[in-house]
Design a protein around this ligand. Structure first.
Ligand SMILES: Nc1ncnc2c1ncn2[C@@H]1O[C@H](COP(=O)(O)OP(=O)(O)OP(=O)(O)O)[C@@H](O)[C@H]1O
Ligand SMILES: [Mg+2]
Length: 279
């Protein structure tokens, strides 16, 4: 395994030839989930992963977050090898990860728990600034089980931002939300990513959501995952985006193209499975 990053010095976040195999239930040959994935990400970039179910997107995100170790290869953040989870990398999942026994404000403050350099007053100020940024003002004292799913996702986002994470790893964070709330949060997360210059990796099944958010969008193959296509959305869409953009021709073309690639990949995988079964 190589200990030295190949181009880590030049890049903010480097996924360097990462493979992952899980042992099978019967302890027989391990099954390969990720096949030598390499990806160099710049600071402040909004990266989207799109791909078939079970292709390994969550696994890769967990490896970047330090929650899972790669079988071969490595991840480097600012030149340092990722060996476990820490505050630099914040995760927001599809399922609401808020702490139900705390109110909204205390959930956000929870992200600041380990900041011994901050006074209680400073923590309160920081928490309130992210509360406002995520549009939760007025709900400070609400218990988590009294707010909607969309608001809970905003709490989770605010908490991760308050923790000072440089990299936000978002795994289908809006997957369980209704279309309207989802679009509202898409705009909001984009604004926050620009304002805070956060580096984000965002997993979605929704092609439109992916195009709307991405600077670069990566389409994964079926398992074992490889990257079948990179779409450089930032070269075609403006950095400042609002929902009207979804009605534009260029958006339409990008969306159709991405859908075609996803569909072709799904077909290829299906044909492959049929061939394997008939052998
Ligand atoms: N801890 C584990 N042990 C064994 N196999 C695992 C483990 N975690 C994931 N897998 C397998 O790895 C493959 C990829 O899973 P993963 O959750 O990363 O896919 P995904 O692309 O996120 O799918 P989805 O879009 O449905 O969320 C699956 O076949 C899954 O069963
Ligand atoms: Mg997943």
């Amino acid at each position: 395994m190589n200990a030295q990053p190949t181009e880590a010095a030049a890049r903010f976040l480097l996924i360097d030839r990462v493979s992952k195999a899980f042992p099978t239930a019967h302890g027989a040959s391990a099954s390969l989930v990720l096949d030598e994935i390499s990806l160099a990400i710049n600071e402040g970039e909004f990266i989207v992963f799109l791909g078939p179910s079970g292709s390994g997107k969550t696994t890769l995100l967990r490896i970047v977050g330090g929650l899972e170790t790669p079988t071969t290869g490595a991840v480097f953040l600012q030149g340092e090898r990722v060996v476990g989870p820490d505050r630099k990398k914040g995760m927001v999942f599809q399922s609401y990860s808020s702490l139900p026994w705390l109110n909204v404000l205390d959930n956000i403050k929870f992200g600041l728990k380990y900041r011994t350099d901050l006074s209680p007053v400073e923590k309160d100020q920081i928490a309130r600034s992210y509360l406002a940024m995520t549009g939760l003002q007025g709900f400070e004292r609400y218990q988590i089980n009294r707010i909607s799913g969309g608001m809970r996702q905003r709490v989770a986002l605010a908490r991760t931002l308050a923790a000072g994470s440089q990299v936000l790893l978002m795994d289908e964070p809006f997957g369980a939300l209704d279309a309207q709330t989802r679009e509202f949060l898409q705009e909001q997360v984009l604004q926050i990513s620009r304002a805070e210059r956060k580096t984000i990796i965002f997993v979605t099944h929704d092609v439109e959501e992916g195009i709307f958010l991405a600077d670069r969008l990566f389409i994964f193959s079926s398992r074992p995952a490889r990257i079948v296509e990179e779409i450089r959305v930032a070269e075609l869409l403006p950095a400042e985006r609002d929902l009207d953009l979804k009605g534009s021709n260029v958006f339409f073309r990008l969306r159709n193209h991405a859908k075609e690639v996803v569909r072709a990949e799904a077909l290829r995988a299906q044909n492959y499975e049929e061939r394997v079964r008939s052998d």
